[in-house]
Design a protein around this ligand. Structure first.
Ligand code: ZN
Length: 371
């Protein structure tokens, strides 16, 4: 039980801020949600699946698209899958049910990933190998998935410790818990395919006779792919736009001088080119309409956080000092690591904008204050 409790809280930071303005969005499918192992059709040839996650954020949506292997000599019919689910027993059971009962005996022809996070690529190796299906994603996501599945120094748990210490974390219990998270990613992602088909921003990918445009976004992960089909007016948004929770945007140890919040806000700007009535298929929550409304809500959410951080920085503050201002609740080690990352993302945007200056004390801790 203790193990279950510990695992359930791990991703709660993704769930920290429920959208108080959710009622401004429209949910065209109402309360319909596919049970694990079953599907709900959201458009002709496009099915919605949902897989369980062992976290407070307890599900991920996946998308199954009718497809055919036009380059193959036999023109096989099958499916293209977008995102895979985490490598848990419950997800494997749901996949077995889908494969035997729901996929009409047709194979997966391609396995796409929006990005490298464990709920999205967890079973990519297993599914890709089982169906001999190519793995399709961007170079940034493929490279990071391969680094993290190997727990390479720089992206494993212990590598984060000096980063958090530089930003003011001193609690020895928290530091020890973070140090012990070495195998977090590999435990949810046992393998990632060793080769891939590369996607780039602007690519048009034909799936089942329809064109899907790759829209790369930044700030949440290295090179996140969303997919827009003009014919259907549908965006498969991955984690870039979610209806209920705000996307995690963090400065991580591997890119300590990054400005991910600016990159994320710029990526949202790019998505406003799509029509307001685009049907958004997000990785968490339900399909919705109201893209521009949601983007406005997210901009305002971050603007309010930035204003709070500015107010706090009338005297020098570390990222750890900022955490209780942005997150007014008790956090465990996992939550704290994301919270420090998010606090730092807001500090860095203000620092890059010239509104804060950064200094380093004799103990090596970074502090930010009004410029
Ligand atoms: Zn993600």
């Amino acid at each position: 039980m203790a193990v279950i409790v510990a695992r359930r809280v791990r991703h709660i930071t993704k769930d920290l801020r429920m959208n108080p303005l959710e009622s401004q969005l429209a949910y065209p499918f109402g309360d319909a949600i596919p049970a694990p192992g079953s599907i709900v059709q959201v458009a002709p040839g496009l099915q919605w699946l949902r897989m369980p996650l062992p976290f407070a954020l307890d599900h991920i949506n996946l998308w199954l698209l009718d497809d055919s292997d036009d380059q193959g000599s036999d023109g096989r019919r099958g499916w293209s899958l977008i995102d895979c689910g985490a490598a848990t027993d419950a997800t494997r059971v749901a996949w077995e049910q889908l494969i035997t009962e729901t996929m009409d005996g047709k194979p997966l022809l391609r396995v796409f990933a929006t990005h490298c996070h464990p709920d999205h690529v967890g079973l990519s190796g297993w599914l890709s190998e089982r169906f001999d299906a190519p793995f399709v994603t961007t170079a940034g996501e493929f490279g990071f998935a391969r680094m993290m599945v190997a727990a390479l120094p720089g992206v494993d748990g212990p590598s984060a410790i000096p980063h958090f210490e530089r930003h003011g974390l001193t609690d020895p219990i928290m530091l020890e818990q973070m140090r012990s998270r070495r195998n977090y990613y590999p435990s949810l992602v046992p393998s990632v395919p060793e080769s891939y088909v590369r996607l780039q921003d602007g690519d048009l990918v034909a799936i089942g006779g329809r064109a899907w445009r790759v829209m790369v976004g930044f700030g949440h992960s290295p090179e996140h792919a969303s997919f827009y089909c003009e014919e259907l007016n549908i965006l498969i948004s991955g984690d870039m736009v979610l209806p209920r929770i705000s996307t995690n945007v963090s400065v991580f140890a591997v890119e300590p001088e990054g400005n991910p919040l600016q990159r994320y806000l710029d990526s949202l700007e790019n998505l406003t080119k799509l029509p307001e009535d685009t049907l958004i298929l997000p990785s968490h929550g339900k399909p919705f309409r109201g893209l521009h409304t949601r983007i406005s809500q997210l901009r305002e959410h971050h603007a309010a956080r930035l204003a709070e951080v500015m107010t706090a920085c009338t005297s020098p503050r570390s990222a750890v000092d900022i955490v209780p201002i942005m997150f007014r609740r008790q956090l465990d080690a996992h939550q704290l690591s994301f919270a420090v990352g998010e606090a730092l993302a807001h500090l860095h945007k203000l620092w890059f904008d010239g509104l804060l200056r950064r200094s380093r004390d004799s103990g090596g801790v970074f502090r930010f204050q009004l410029a």
